[in-house]
Design a protein around this ligand. Structure first.
Ligand code: DQA
Length: 145
């Protein structure tokens, strides 16, 4: 059975393509989903791509990823990265490895983006490569034991 990898996207990422394209690029979330589906097939993985503007949905999906024995979660928590202790606790509370992803490089931006509550509980973080951040995370997820 192909490895199941959850790709979870947080607030405002439904606006990708329209939202500050000079920072986040012109690819929509659907474009990114398409790229990931193509690469996932080559890597013999199945991806479950979701987006929500609500913190609780992301927490429920992290729990679900564990219940469904997902190999990994790729998580772009958007601004919740910098604010959500609840998301951090959810990641800490599951055994499923979580890879933190960002399109932009938060460390090269405003200081309030320099803190990530996700990074200390993630297996690794990839940021700054636009849509390719997701592809790099998928490569890493596919190779996890
Ligand atoms: C982001 C970076 C966050 O700081 C920001 O709040 C986002 C997007 C990124 O992918 O670059 O919403 O996670």
């Amino acid at each position: 059975m192909p490895a199941n990898i959850y790709v979870l996207n947080g607030p405002n990422l439904n606006l990708l393509g329209l939202r500050e394209p000079e920072i986040y690029g012109r690819d929509t979330l659907d474009d990114i989903a398409g790229m990931l589906e193509d690469r996932a097939r080559e890597l013999d993985c199945a991806i479950e791509m979701r987006q929500s503007n609500h913190e609780g949905h992301l927490i429920d999906w992290l729990h679900e990823a564990q219940a469904e024995s997902a190999r990994a979660v790729i998580l772009n928590a958007g601004a919740f990265t910098h604010s959500s202790i609840a998301l951090r606790d959810a990641i800490k509370g599951i055994a499923t490895p979580v890879i933190e992803v960002h399109l932009s490089n938060p460390h090269a931006r405003e200081t309030f983006r320099h803190v990530s509550h996700i990074a200390p509980v993630a297996i690794g973080s990839i940021s700054g490569f636009g849509a390719r951040s997701y592809l790099l995370a998928l490569e890493a997820a596919a190779r996890l034991a």
